[in-house]
Design a binder for this molecule. Structure first.
Ligand code: TEU
Ligand code: CA
Length: 546
């Protein structure tokens, strides 16, 4: 398979509103990202993905855009944004921007016009349908965030469609004028010199012409991967993307590998890589057997044909060390093990801000301390059914998106050094012990371990292009696999457990001729035999055999 810079990338995701606040208003800002670029650079990553910072009423933290051509004041100005891009490039890194084009804000002028009358020229830019004869919504679909995907508009007597919040009406991609307007906007940003897009909810673009009722309205997979989506992406590629040397990563909800490959196969001229959600959506807690199955299934379909992305958390999904690891006594070992895994499995690794210092999820006492519209809407919906509010809160906490949205913990000063004002969302109370200052002072920290992993990728093409083979069957704790390229073979050994696990070197590996690449317990020596060893809790090692 051909080499490409984006295949060799390590991406650092900056959720700017929670990164660093420079003007004391309680929100992180683009100036804050600029001031912390040397920190990001120190980690060794080469691409930064910036969450949306466009003009927005901010009902869904910037994913409800009211003007694609300007920067929201909370984030800064277009000048600050341009400086950010320059400063990123000066440090030899690249910047990819969030592209949110499945929907806009209900405050976007396009939507204001569209809803103003049935015969407004922009009426057909969104998805309007008549009520059923009894006045109810056109069909029984749910949205991600609300019990119905339809919102009735009194003034014009029709419903509009929204896959997410009521304030996020879906654009009508079937309308060529909409597509051209979006392509113009994409060219605008690409011509500023950005290095690519992370494409929000991109699998949702196509809608059925006729909205039939679903048998099970709670299973919202009907929202994604509908016929037509590949025509739009092919057109987007041919009209825009192909003219730029960029990286495109699509957020492809609800796809199995056979559907996923259609978005990224090299010969299909659509996208470069994707996020799939088989782990994030279907594995509420760690499940080694399932995780191995998922890795195998995607590898079997993608090997030699397309590129996956590897992540265990982001701004929508609870921090990995809490959800999938051990955020108690083995937090440091566990964070390093998960990192070892994500950076050595096939695909592009992503680091979500704070992951590199082992930040954990939160457990706030009151629903008022939470901010996420998805969680708050669900809370209201369940409480309205007469359920006990405390019980509902307890149920929603573990997967609340706010688990990953609390401010970056820079030091042990008030509000973790994130702001001099009042943060828009509470800081995790553990900032006194878990913070950047602390990890930078400790040579054995999670941060420096990430730094090593990332540096390794630059030296060893096997991490990027190597074949993958699982050697640990469906063992529930041990994950042992190889990556091999030409005559180089890496053996990755992971004990994902709070207890010790015996390990024996598989047939065909010569204990005498191994090289230790990395280990998360600092006392491991290259010459230590691994014919039979007892791995400690959350122990991770990488060896090279040549
Ligand atoms: O999220 C879309 C989305 O639905 C997935 O991220 C989700 O996690 C699901 O599990 C995939 O099956 C994106 C943004 O990341 C999110 O923050 C926004 O709220 C949403 O789009 C709407 O723009
Ligand atoms: Ca600010």
């Amino acid at each position: 398979m051909n080499r490409a810079w984006w295949k060799e990338a390590v991406v650092y995701q900056v959720y700017w509103r929670s990164f660093y606040d420079t003007n004391g208003d309680g929100y992180g800002d683009l100036q804050g990202v600029i001031e912390k670029l040397d920190y990001v650079k120190k980690l060794g990553v080469n691409v930064i993905w910036l969450n949306p910072c466009y003009e927005s009423p901010d009902k869904d933290n910037g994913y409800d855009i009211s003007d694609y051509y300007s920067i929201m004041p909370k984030a800064g100005t277009m000048d600050t944004w341009r400086t950010l891009l320059e400063e990123v490039h000066k440090r030899d890194m690249k910047l990819i921007m969030d592209l949110v084009v499945n929907h806009t804000s209900d405050q976007h002028t396009w939507f204001l016009e569209s809803r103003s009358s049935r015969n407004n020229p922009k009426r057909d830019w969104y998805i309007w349908r008549d009520p059923k004869p009894d006045g109810s919504p056109p069909n029984n679909w749910r949205s991600y965030f609300t019990p119905s995907a339809w919102e009735f508009d009194e003034a014009t007597g029709q419903y509009y469609f929204h896959s997410f919040a009521v304030e996020q009406p879906d654009l009508n991609w079937a309308n060529p004028e909409v597509r051209e307007a979006i392509y113009d906007m994409m060219r605008f940003w690409l011509d500023q010199g950005i290095d690519g897009f992370r494409m929000d909810a991109i699998a949702l673009l196509a809608k059925p012409e006729v909205f039939l009722d679903a048998d099970n309205p709670d299973d919202i997979r009907y929202l994604a991967n509908n016929p037509g989506v590949h025509d739009y992406l092919r057109e987007m590629h041919d009209k825009v993307l192909k003219d730029y040397d960029i990286m495109t990563v699509g957020e492809v909800a609800f796809a199995k590998p056979e559907q996923g490959i259609l978005y990224v196969a090299e010969d299909r001229r659509e996208l470069h890589t994707l996020f799939h959600f088989e782990v994030a959506d279907e594995m509420p807690r760690w499940d080694m057997k399932r995780f191995k199955e998922i890795q195998q299934a995607w590898y079997d379909v993608f090997h030699g044909r397309g590129w996956v992305s590897q992540f265990l958390n982001n701004h929508d999904h609870t921090r990995q060390v809490t959800r999938y690891g051990n955020d108690g006594p083995y937090r440091v070992e566990s964070a390093k093990l998960l990192a070892t895994m994500i950076h050595t499995l096939p695909g592009i690794p992503y680091v979500y801000q704070g992951e590199e210092i082992g930040m954990t999820g939160v457990n706030f006492d009151s629903i008022d301390d939470y901010n996420d519209i998805a969680m708050k809407n669900k809370y209201k919906e369940e409480v309205a059914k007469g359920r006990d509010p405390q019980e509902v809160l307890a149920e929603l906490k573990p997967l609340s998106r706010d688990n990953s949205r609390t401010p970056m913990q820079w030091n042990d000063q008030p509000h973790a050094g994130f702001t001099t004002g009042t943060p828009w969302i509470k800081v995790n109370p553990n900032y006194k012990t878990i913070n950047v200052e602390q990890v930078l002072a400790d040579p054995n920290s999670i941060f420096y371990y990430y730094q090593q992993l990332i540096a390794l990728r630059k030296k060893h093409p096997v991490m990027v292009y190597g074949d993958y083979r699982n050697l640990s069957g469906d063992d529930e704790h041990l994950y042992v696999y190889t990556r091999s390229l030409d005559d180089v073979c890496w053996l990755i050994i992971l004990n994902h457990a709070d207890h010790q696990t015996p390990f024996s070197l598989p047939e065909g590996f010569d204990d005498e001729h191994k090289q230790l690449i990395l280990a998360n317990y600092p006392d491991v020596k290259e010459q230590d035999s691994i014919r039979h060893v007892t791995l400690r809790p959350h122990e991770a090692r990488i060896y090279q055999f040549a």
